[in-house]
Structure formats: C-alpha cells, structure tokens
Write a protein that binds this ligand. Sequence first.
Ligand code: SF4
Length: 576
Amino acid sequence: MTTIDLIDSAPPAEPQRPLSAGRERALRVRSLKGYESVDGTLLTEPRIEAIRRELQALLRCVQLESGGEPVEIDGFRLRDAANWADYPTSLSDIFWHLSSVCNFGCEFCYEKGNPAGFPIQNLTRMATLDEIKTRLAHYDPDKHTGVFTLRTSINEPFVNPRALEALRLLREKSSRELISFVTNGSLLGEEIVAAMRDLRPIFFNLSMYSIDEQVRRTILNDRRPDRAVRAVTLLREYEIPFMSNVVMWPSIPFDDLDRTVAFLEENRATVVRVCLGGYSRYLEGNFERFEAKDFWPKVVEYVDRLRDRYRVPILIEPNAFVQTSTDAFIDGVVVDSPADEAGLQRGDLVLAVDGRPVRSRTEMMSRVRRSRDAQRYRQPGVAAAAENGAASKTGTVSLLVRRGERTFEVQLDRSLARSMSSYPYREIAAFNDFAYGLVVTDSLRFSSLLEARRLMEKHRAKRVLLLSSMLMEPVVSTMLAKTDAFAGFDVSVRVPENRYFGGSINIGDLLVVSDFVAAVESFRAEGGADPDLVLIPASPFASSPWGRDLTGRPWLDIERNTGLPVALIPCPNLIY
Ligand code: SF4
C-alpha cells in the first residue's frame, strides 16, 4: 500500500504564532492520527469527500465497529497515489505543502479573519520529506500533473525545518522549472540564501511590510525584526531575484512605507507591490476599523508621489481600484532592464508591437511575451500555477510608444549586454512576466467579453444578468463603452455584496456561492422579468479545478438555488 504520509509530528524549529484552541486541538489530533483531513480536499479533490459521504450514508444504516468502537470517518490515506496523480500542479505547488503555519501574527493577517466553518481554517499541517518525495515521484514536469493539492491556510514555508532539503529535492526533479513561493523572509538565513544560488530559477514574493523595528514588533508580532531586514541584504549579496509586498494599514504610518520602499530599491527588489489592506468582519484584534473607500484613496495618492521618486516599479493591489482603463499603459520598468535602458517610463502608452497595433494591456503583453516556453511567475497555491517551461532569454521587439504628445519607436533586445550584467534583470530575463523588463499589470480581457457573448448566444438568452465585483465593475463598464460586445442583448450588470466575509472585503475572487445567490435574489426583488441567463466570472472558482468556491460549494449550486440558468465566463485570476 502506498500512502501519502502527510503529517509531520516533529516540532518546528522556530516558535510559531500562538494558535487558537481549535487550531491547537486540530494539530494535536491529526498529528496523533497521522492521516489526512478530508477538509483540505474539498476544493481540489471532492471525490474523497464524495466517498466519505457514501460511507457515512451506509454507517447510518448499520454501525460498523472496530475494537468495540463505532467507526467514524474523519480522514483518509491514499492506497495508491499513482491513481490520483492527474491533477494540474507544479514544483511551486508541491513546495506550498511545506507548512500551513506562520511564525508572525500580523494585525492584518486575513487568515485570522475566516468565518467559523471555513473549511481550511483548522488545517494546521507540515509536509514531511516523505510526503514531498511521494509527490515528486508522481509529478510529471512535462505535463505538470501530479497528486492533488491540499488547500491549507496561507503559510510561511521556512517554518518547516526541512524547507531547504525540500527545495533541493524539487530542483533534482526538474533543473529548469521555476520555483516560486511567498515568504516573510524572517527565516531566510545565509545558509538558505547561499544555497538558492544553486537552486535557480527561483523567484518569490517577500512580504516585507516594514523595516521599522517597532512596527515589526507591534504590528507584525515579529520577535526578531532584524532577521527579515538582513535577509533582503543577503538576497542582494547572493543575487537572488525577488519582489516584495507591503500592506498599507491604518496603524502603519505612511512615511514608514517611504523608508521601506527606499530600502527595497537599494537592495534591488524587482517590483514592490503595495497591497491595500482589508479585513473581514471576523478579524479579531484591536485595530482601527476603516472604510476602504475612505482609506484607499489616501494611500493611492501617497503611492503616486512615491512613484515619482523611486525607480523600482511600485504597483498597487488590487490594481482595478486605480486602473479602470484597459489601454496598454506601462506600469513601470525593471531597473537597468532593456526597457529601462531604452528610456521607457511608467505611463507610456504602447500603440503597436512589431508594427501591429495593440488595443489593450493583455494584448500587448501576449505579443511581447510571444515565446510560449518562457518562464511564467504565478502565485503558488493556485491550481493553474504550472506555466513553466524552458527558459528563453533571447528575442527582440519593437514598440511604438506615445508619451504625452510625442510618439516614438524603441527596439528592445531581451539579452542586451548591459542589462544581462545587472541584477536582478539577469536573473529574470527568461520570465514571461517582466519580459524585457516591462512591468504591466493584468486586466480584464476583451476575449472574456466575447466569451460572454458566445454564452448568451448559446443559451439563446435575451435578458441577461451579469454579476461582477465592486472593483471590476468600472473596468467592465469601460470595456463595454469601448465595444459593442453585448449589442442586441439586454444586459444588467450588478455587484454582489460580500456577505460571507463581510467587513471591507470587496475583491471579486472572494465571493462565494451564497453571495451570488443573494445577488440574484436581490435583482429579482427589483421587479421585472427574471433573466434568462446569469453570467458570473469564473475566477472565484479558479482555485478549484472542480469549480468550487472557497467554502467548497460547486458553482452549479447557484443554478440549483435560484432556478435560473447560470454560466461561467472564463477569466483568469488577476495577480495585481
Ligand atoms: S506574515 Fe503573512 S501569513 Fe504570516 S501572519 Fe503575517 S500576513 Fe499572516
């Protein structure tokens, strides 16, 4: 019998943030039993849950016993992992399993704000090396398939004392596949950073948040604030490419962001992402509650001023809050990259690529990337993370650019000698994202609108309800104003309220089935005839190949609950 031994009962090397009583209990119970919880498979492999339900139905008819005790089903082992190895995955996804705990306790950590009953909240686990080996044994690096992923809380992978060994095993499996992850950096000591030189291609998101000792101690609950700061200097010393997150939160002063960005630029972060903080109604703690509509504009205004002072590209997430235009604007250029050397700047508008006009950012970047084999960075833990292939550092492209009243053309050479001798560009030259050093945020695609139209035609619908999100609705409206994509149809656009998480959460990908059902019902309450089709973006269900929301409910439940035909518009998650 092959099992995925999924539990490491060895204590972690580093102190973890205090766990709630429920999480501690879950860890203790599952560490003792040593098998896997069904909850972690609800999104990724619901057939396990279906088997459990079948058995539970049988156990209601007859009580089976073992050792005189009734048999209960609260977990599973796989008898032969090879039978379960056709799931889309990647080395980064396998690395994701290293840990589901964090050694920080950030005031804004949304993992602390999950509703009771949220399926993954009690899944405190760490992968053993045996689990990593089993996963790698069944991983096909050409097809990017392997044993299904388990969904757990967001994590700090290096809390797992075996993280470096695991990274080495991953690299043995494929010498060229990009490995990416998210880390708070506090455990990236010199041994790990030095070892990363031999583990490239590697690229990750370092959640820096602040370099201020006091902020780190009080807001992040980082008991050793010097270590993450030191890690950034080590990354520069060993030339390991990374990008960095900061979160804007009322208790973090704006000028702290200024100092943190200065430090990150000095140490050659590829990109800095400023995340606009948000919280669910369940987030505990003594923090200042705020309305996104009041707080976010102040942050955006401040970040805009910083952008003029720093060369490192500074992005804002969620980007849809500041960027409703889909035009091919450049959001920044990687320092010393071919785009930088050619003099391109944030705000430049690309009109044509290699002489062919482009109408949108996504069209521009797909033309610029061209090489289907190039490495593509994706946040790990996402089902479709496996977009890696052979590295491609070569290529040229010509861009027709407008800046203000002036229009000019530039030629970019991906392997420009000056850029290839510069860190971090040299290390990321093969990536599809940041191709030529261009930093361009993703946007909704026109192809998604055309797909929506095809769905309306297929369903012979006339009166259609399109459910968007608070952030994406202005982008959708801008796109509709520019095209006649929905001409001939009566399309109403509505924004579902995020009732499930509540608080200041307004990101569409965090909407769940019950939010969509409520939105349909409130549309009906407006009066008028029922729509004959409800269209919903696929991205809230994208982390599950089975089309399930974050609570594990299938999107088809919207149809079952409303009695209306529902279709999903294919669209990817937006990273920025
Ligand atoms: S570092 Fe990230 S995962 Fe850890 S507590 Fe902070 S926000 Fe949460």
